[in-house]
Design a protein around this ligand. Structure first.
Ligand code: HEC
Length: 165
């Protein structure tokens, strides 16, 4: 009978804990509420999980980019990694719709209150990734390393204003 008790507790939590409010982090979105546009809806938690998975996967491309720049490395790997990140950068704003400011997310409320700034950061990242891809194509490792450092700076710049520390 224990499982019924747990079930009842979960239902109770669902009813009374539906609105997640945390004054400290400014989280206000409703857990479990579908969000979407153009007739496509998705659970808010799933969107948060997808973008967080994407960010962690994007760090794998960084490893590939660095390996290509290293002595003996092949800059074609750098170029391929940079192109992946440019495509990812383009998708970033679409993965932060209204209603996805959940507890499970490390995004700051500024993502939604300063949307223009956030999108400008994502575009700066995309441009820096494209520049890195272009530079890698020339075969110049030193210039590719500089372009890589510039791109890494765009990650940091966005995190400063739009991600919890
Ligand atoms: C346009 C803004 C922006 C840019 C550019 C950006 N990020 Fe982020 N990043 C975020 C936000 C916002 C989150 C939090 C997402 C969430 O939890 O919902 C995040 C989360 C992450 C996470 C998950 C970390 C954790 O512990 O929660 C990693 C890893 C990450 N970013 C790496 C990077 C790297 C590497 C780059 C550049 C190559 C980059 N990001 C560029 C905004 C950005």
């Amino acid at each position: 009978m224990k499982s019924i008790g747990i079930c009842a507790a979960l239902v109770g939590f669902g009813l009374f804990g539906a609105v997640v409010v945390s004054a400290e982090s400014g989280k206000h979105a409703e857990e479990g509420k579908p969000v979407g546009a153009n007739g496509v809806t998705m659970a808010a938690e799933d969107i948060v999980a997808a973008r967080r998975a994407g960010y962690f996967l994007s760090t794998q491309a960084i490893g590939q980019i660095k390996a290509g720049i290293e002595e003996g490395g092949d800059l074609r790997r750098t170029r391929a990694g940079a192109m992946m990140l440019a495509n990812w950068a383009k998708a970033i704003p679409t993965l932060f719709p209204e209603g996805t400011n959940l507890e499970s997310s490390r995004a700051l409320p500024t993502v939604w209150t300063d949307r223009e700034g956030f999108e400008a950061r994502a575009e700066a990242y995309r441009q820096a990734a494209l520049k890195l891809a272009e530079t890698a194509e020339t075969g110049d490792k030193e210039a590719s390393n500089a372009a890589f450092m510039a791109m890494a700076g765009t990650c940091h710049a966005c995190h400063q204003s739009y991600r919890e520390k």
